[in-house]
Design a protein around this ligand. Structure first.
Ligand code: SF4
Length: 677
């Protein structure tokens, strides 16, 4: 039996896997793992249906023909070296993924930021939780999630913001349901749509899209009026900028007064409040402000750092957190360091590198714009499918089409993105990978191999390190094992840290190969990193951040508002979950939810096909008329691709609009129109 971790969502469940044949495996929940204690959801349970070699990329390809690893990697190293020599470090980029293991991320980040000398490495985690990262840094001085799953069991009130937890983080949902049953925990769901999660809530607040800042500012004003702020905590541990309280304003949240007051009453009655927020909050042009509006409330009421309290960002991907730790985002350097002169020197000295990136690189949307306009001439995409998942995906395809040199590392042979690759590099898949991942509560777990590498597939960290050596950096990338990479990463987190950052794994810097193999789940920062109320800012105080509700938008040509999200049994662009017959039964085709009044007005029949259009593109969906949809709004799932379906290509619809602070795309609240097809 192999103890490993699920490759899907950020809950990070432990799996006990028993190999039963050449490519077959029996999957059970790992009863010893703290995230799930043996529980699994449908996606985890059916992992065994996804481990065949069907559709796998097993050998390197150059311009569509099988090639040797030497030929492929020599070409990649040569083209990246030549491009940097001719056009400078910022003419190349890596676009990576929350599917990578921390060791993969670490080596890619080190190569780009320390040796090539550019910060042009960004990740599809930009699409997932970059706004939460930015909110944490603004409030706490560091990207630290201050809660643990056990807080859900200690809370009196759980507030879910922009999260269909029952579908998207099902094992966290199972823990919430168990807590409610055992302790009578109250549940509030804040979501424009009446999801399966909202159906189960004590109170559902169907706010207007992007009404979150207005609502949480109003909640803070209400708590102040009721005398519920923690003045002692505020005085000792929190800085508020001048005029913060005078400027605090509510706005249009789309709710009626009675519903809003019912929420405020629950907040007043239950000091032990957890506010769990996810993509519904993050994927917005005001995503960072939403995170800070939530955090402001917790800081001002002193509801943080104690069991059952705090703002809890839950991540979408299995290793978005690990990527955040090692610098997988263009906006961070490494080991939670930014780009101050001191931090750049620390990173460069630690790596003994010839170069160091000194400013943030291009975030995902800007990166593909730079590919489109020719500023980026060589692009390496690892373990992700931006031709489907990026907003304005038609533009992204055009960008890759015109790029001089595109490398794609993936475990699958044919994806919408690999179609544009000059070089395809076969990577390991789940069940073959060997390394670590970090989940939403900062627990580091091992992904362990169940099967040997198929064909000539190799680990991502190994592929990147090999290219780095071929670019001339032989000693710095001579890693004999993933454990060696992990040891170096652990050492970097402690280098010139001196207690300034919570992220400190330096106790593992000498970890033996055997202890790495035997690694048991371990939580950095402990269960409550800010229990002592000492934050990661220069003066140790947290910060209230003034945030203003965004204005409502209206475009007469596209009069509806479009939201996107996940379905229960599919993952991202379905390259893995579509292999499972059972997972494909839940929802067989892409659909659009529309309110009955809107459907009647527009002459759109239930179960018919309708075309949704936005200024960026259009796509077809099966109509599902639903009372759970607000009037004037539509909902579509995000997963379907050219590979799977002729319709439902949702990535084509959202614009390139991003949150101005985090750079996270606004997948929610797009201007849209719908018509019968
Ligand atoms: Fe995997 Fe997430 Fe389901 Fe757990 S909840 S089994 S991590 S998909």
């Amino acid at each position: 039996m192999v103890r490993t971790a699920c490759p899907y969502c950020g809950v990070g469940c432990g799996i006990a896997a028993t190999r039963t044949g050449e490519r077959s495996v029996l999957i059970k929940g790992d009863a010893t793992h703290p995230a799930n204690n043996g529980r699994l959801c449908s996606k985890g349970t059916h992992l065994g249906e996804t481990v065949s070699l069907e559709g796998r990329l097993l050998y390197p390809e150059v311009n569509g023909a099988r090639a040797s690893w030497d030929a492929a990697l020599d070409l990649v190293a040569q083209r990246f070296s030549d491009t940097v020599a001719q056009h400078g470090p910022d003419s190349v980029a890596f676009y990576v993924s929350g599917q990578l293991l921390t060791e993969d991320y670490y080596v890619a980040n080190k190569l780009m930021k320390g040796f090539i000398g550019s910060a042009n490495i960004d990740t599809n985690s930009r699409l997932c939780m970059a706004s939460a990262v930015a909110a944490h840094v603004r409030a706490f001085g560091e990207d630290v999630v201050p809660c643990s799953y056990s807080d859900l069991e200690a809370a009196e009130l759980i507030v879910l913001v922009g999260s269909n937890t029952a579908w998207c983080h099902p094992v966290v949902w199972q823990r919430i349901e168990a807590a409610r049953e055992q302790r009578g925990t109250k549940l509030v769901v804040i979501d424009p749509r009446r999801t399966e999660t909202a159906e189960r809530a004590d109170l559902h607040l169907a706010i207007r899209p992007d009404g979150d800042v207005a609502l949480f500012n109003a909640a803070l004003i209400d708590m102040k009026a009721r005398g519920l702020l923690d003045d002692a905590y505020l005085a000792a541990h929190v800085n508020a900028p001048d005029g913060f309280w005078d400027q605090l304003c509510a706005g249009d949240d789309g709710l009626d007064d009675a519903t809003r007051t019912a929420f405020f009453d629950l907040l007043a009655q239950h000091p032990k409040t957890i506010t769990l927020f996810s993509q519904g909050a993050n994927q917005s042009a005001s995503g960072t402000d939403k995170g800070n509006a939530i955090i402001n409330l917790h800081l001002a009421a002193g509801r943080i750092g104690q069991p059952g309290m705090g703002p809890f960002s839950i991540t979408g991907q299995p290793n978005a957190m690990g990527g955040r730790e090692v610098g997988g985002l263009a906006s961070m350097l490494a080991a939670h360091m930014g780009f101050s002169a001191e931090e750049c020197a620390a990173a460069q000295d630690f790596w003994a590198s010839p170069m160091i990136a000194r400013a943030p690189g291009l975030k995902a949307v800007d990166m593909f714009r730079a590919v489109h306009n020719g500023r980026i001439k060589a692009l390496w995409i690892m373990a992700t499918n931006p031709a489907v998942s990026m907003p304005d995906a038609g533009f992204v395809r055009a960008a890759m089409e015109r790029c001089d040199f595109v490398v794609v590392s993936d475990c699958m042979a044919e994806t919408d993105t690999s179609h544009f690759a000059h070089v395809k590099l076969p990577a390991l898949a789940w069940g073959e990978k060997d390394g670590t991942v970090t989940n939403s509560e900062r627990v580091i777990s091992r992904q362990r191999p169940i099967f040997p590498p198929p064909g000539e597939a190799r680990a991502d960290w190994d592929i990147v390190a090999d290219v780095a050596r071929r670019m001339g950096w032989t000693d710095a990338f001579a890693y004999p094992s993933p454990a060696a990479v992990f040891r170096e990463y652990a050492a970097q987190t402690g280098f010139r840290n001196d207690g300034r950052r919570v992220l400190d794994l330096s106790q593992w810097a000498e970890l033996s190969e055997a202890d790495y193999d035997a690694w048991a789940p371990w939580q950095w920062g402990g269960a409550a990193p800010y229990a002592d109320a000492h934050y990661s800012t220069p003066d140790g105080k947290a910060r209230l951040v003034p945030v203003t509700p965004p204005a409502n938008e209206h475009d007469p040509a596209f009069p509806l508002r479009l939201n996107t999200g996940r379905t229960r049994d599919h993952w991202h662009t379905m390259t893995r979950t579509a292999l499972s017959p059972k997972l494909s039964q839940h929802r067989r085709e892409p659909w659009v939810e529309i309110h009955p009044d809107d459907a009647a007005t527009l002459g759109i029949a239930n179960h018919s096909i309708a075309s949704i259009s936005t200024p960026s593109g259009s796509s077809l969906y099966r109509v599902s008329v639903s009372e759970g949809q607000r009037r004037g709004e539509l909902f579509v799932p995000m997963h379907w691709t050219d590979q799977i379906s002729s319709g439902g290509r949702t990535g084509r619809l959202p614009s390139q609009k991003v949150d101005p602070i985090s750079g996270q795309p606004a997948f929610k609240n797009s201007a849209a129109a719908i018509a019968p097809y």
